[in-house]
Design a protein around this ligand. Sequence first.
Ligand code: WT7
Length: 632
Amino acid sequence: MAGIHIRNIEDYNEAYALSINNPEKFWEDIASEFQWKKPWTKTLEWNFIEPKIKWFEGGVLNITENCLDRHLESAADKLALIWEPNEIEGSTLKYTYSGLHKEVCRMANVLKELGVKKGDRICIYMPMVPELTFALLACARIGAIHCVIFAGFSADSIAGRINDCGCSVVITSESMSRGNKKIALKTIIDEAIDQCQTVEKVLVFADTKSTVQLKKNRDYLYIDLASNASDVCPAEPMDAEDPLFILYTSGSTGKPKGVVHTCGGYMVYAGYTFANVFQYKHPEIFWCTADIGWVTGHTYSLYGPLLNGATTLIFEGIPTYPAPDRFWKIIEKHKVNIFYTAPTAIRSLMCEGTEIIEPYDLSSLKVLGSVGEPINEEAWHWYNENIGNSDCPLTDTWWQTETGGIMIASIAGITPSVPAHAGLPLPGIQPVLLDADGKELEGNDVEGYLAIKFPWPGILRTTWGDHERCRLNYFDTFKGYYFSGDGAKRTAEGLYRIIGRVDDVINVSGHRFGTAEIENAINESAHIIESAVVGYPHDIKGQGIYAFVIASSKDSDPELLKKEAEEMVMKYIGKIARLDKIQVVSGLPKTRSGKIMRRILRKIAEGEINNLGDTSTLLDPGVVDLIIKGVV
Ligand code: WT7
């Protein structure tokens, strides 16, 4: 059986063939390596029309038993978690599997005491501290659905998510330290909850009790409740298709949508992809630099490693604090073996020169990974040579919030790794490239829309509270397929190269924003009547955000308008969506039917003004010249 442990190219070929010829058998073999309280009765039921996707129906499990309890017999004292604090002189914290198990059970009991029950939605707004990992696992332990909100979103964004999922309990921290900044998270949560009706309790982590403002009968300090909570807590039996978590992500239209992942399928897919892509071997130390506020952090900082009994490292801070050598310092200090980060981080550290890497011993590294956006060749080579010493397989992993785990990537050291190419699909994944009519492009050396034609256990099941939105977003463009929203090439050798989004989604430093979402925020300003947002190539971030705004009154000060646009984005989305360029314009290029021609704005933002393409269908072609000349 080559299912879960692919160790050479023959294993890969054999596993891939089985996964196509008999997908159910393929996934049954993998799923049976996990611990089920009750075996499943039906491996797969699906159609991509409604869509309806059910894996391992009838199966009963709890993912935390697979992450924790299962390892206690043989590896209770093995390190599960290493935490590196923001401050360089702060102390590292380490948790063994038995230590982490106790913390998770204790917190699960605290949540129960607050009245949390199976199926309740719990929003988590916290820094990258060990308690964040306890919080996710504690929810999973008792069957509550966690919904982590990245601690860079504004009060308005949080309120939108709380209201959408009907969250009853929020878990937060008094404050967060990132680099030399301290951010008062609890204050932001208070402001968010003012706009919400469903929140009954707030659980707060604080370093010093005295400074936190607690609202009576609503807010509770964790340490007060934890001091007499038991560290034993039975794991709630969960149906394979019960939701495990909701994670909000942006699409091309409207508000962010709550992507739903389920207990059984997500577990199997997170465990399987972690083990194979990174070729994890005990007792290696794995470090994924992603925040747990994103799916990468869910799957590869937390669930994937723990499901495999691995040691995972999490870091509270940022790569440039106190100096831009922090990543390399941490790798040396903890002898990290597998390092998984994003192209944007690599590109920003490239600018610091190689001298700052030289003092460090990075020889512990065995495998490097990249995720979040296409990695350009220059960054790929720099990473490979300067960090991997040209001696570590580098895996460029393509996947999405909706896919739950890695889909197309080199299996480290086994399947081809070519700069700027994600490579071959993992066994179990059936990608296709489609033309605009939804016809599959056969053979190699073709380019088209990247879609997947058969389900895998980690696929999203729905978008919270709105199944039709899920259908429209992912299953409607090309009937019978899951459509990723990305364009890709298949090279002559059959390797996939991701080109980027083909919809109105901008990928900024590996994070997704819908242009409509940003425009809606900007348009909240009373001084701005209309706006159009496009992405443009940015050296560090991959894509930057370029906003064209129109003033509501002719005599507005352009500098004030720019400030206004910035403030609206901070208020309605958060710091992470900071606008890179703002241009005040008098009109936007529109078709006769009133649709903004973003293609033209994108070209202008890219500086490609000699190649604007056909502008004859514009209502007022003259507006383009004014924008180019910067005339308001
Ligand atoms: C979008 C998904 C994958 C988890 C983090 C981002 C882009 C992601 C790659 C890659 C080229 C990539 C795609 C995708 N993307 N990884 N290795 N090569 N593009 O998750 O926020 O759901 O974004 O990120 O455009 O659709 P996400």
